[in-house]
Design a protein around this ligand. Structure first.
Ligand SMILES: [Zn+2]
Ligand SMILES: [Zn+2]
Ligand SMILES: [Zn+2]
Length: 155
């Protein structure tokens, strides 16, 4: 997906609708704050940091939001699979496919910081198989790949 040429409002709308449906099905609470944090994370396909989220929340909200409140909301969103934490950037990005269990393999653009997920079940299987061949048990097989996206290359 080109990050620069698509209807991103649709991305946000879809992500929020899906999260609402999943929470209803799992009987977990999609509180207004959790919803708002998810909406802010989905502000773009660029990862956002917890500080940026705090900043945006205090600008939109009537009262200041305490950091632990935001972290708790993020923990919930990660737990439910709506958001991924990118260790290399210490930032958060929305998951377009929260219904499937996965660790996430990410292509991060070093120039525009756009992040795209590769959803390839075979890739996860190959990593697990290679690890198993060494008698290793994977706990976290998230991949964060750094490079340049198609849009930035063509500029
Ligand atoms: Zn989008
Ligand atoms: Zn994902
Ligand atoms: Zn780029």
């Amino acid at each position: 997906m080109s990050a620069h040429q698509h209807n991103h409002d649709k991305c946000i709308e879809d992500a929020l609708d899906l999260a609402g449906e999943i929470c209803a099905a799992r009987d977990t609470r999609f509180t207004p704050l959790r919803r708002q944090v998810l909406e802010l994370v989905w502000g773009g396909h660029n990862p956002v940091t917890a500080y940026e989220l705090l900043d945006m929340l205090s600008k939109t909200g009537k009262k200041r939001v305490a950091p632990p409140t935001v972290y708790r909301a993020l923990d919930f969103l990660i737990e439910e699979g709506f958001v991924h934490r990118l260790e290399s950037l210490n930032a958060f990005v929305g998951c377009p496919d929260p219904e499937s269990q996965h660790q996430g393999h990410f292509l991060i653009c070093r120039d525009c910081r756009t992040v795209n997920e590769i959803s390839d079940k075979k890739l996860a299987g190959q990593i697990a198989a290679a690890a198993k061949a060494q008698g290793y048990t994977c706990e976290n097989s998230m991949l964060e790949i750094m490079g340049q996206c198609a849009d930035c290359q063509s500029q």
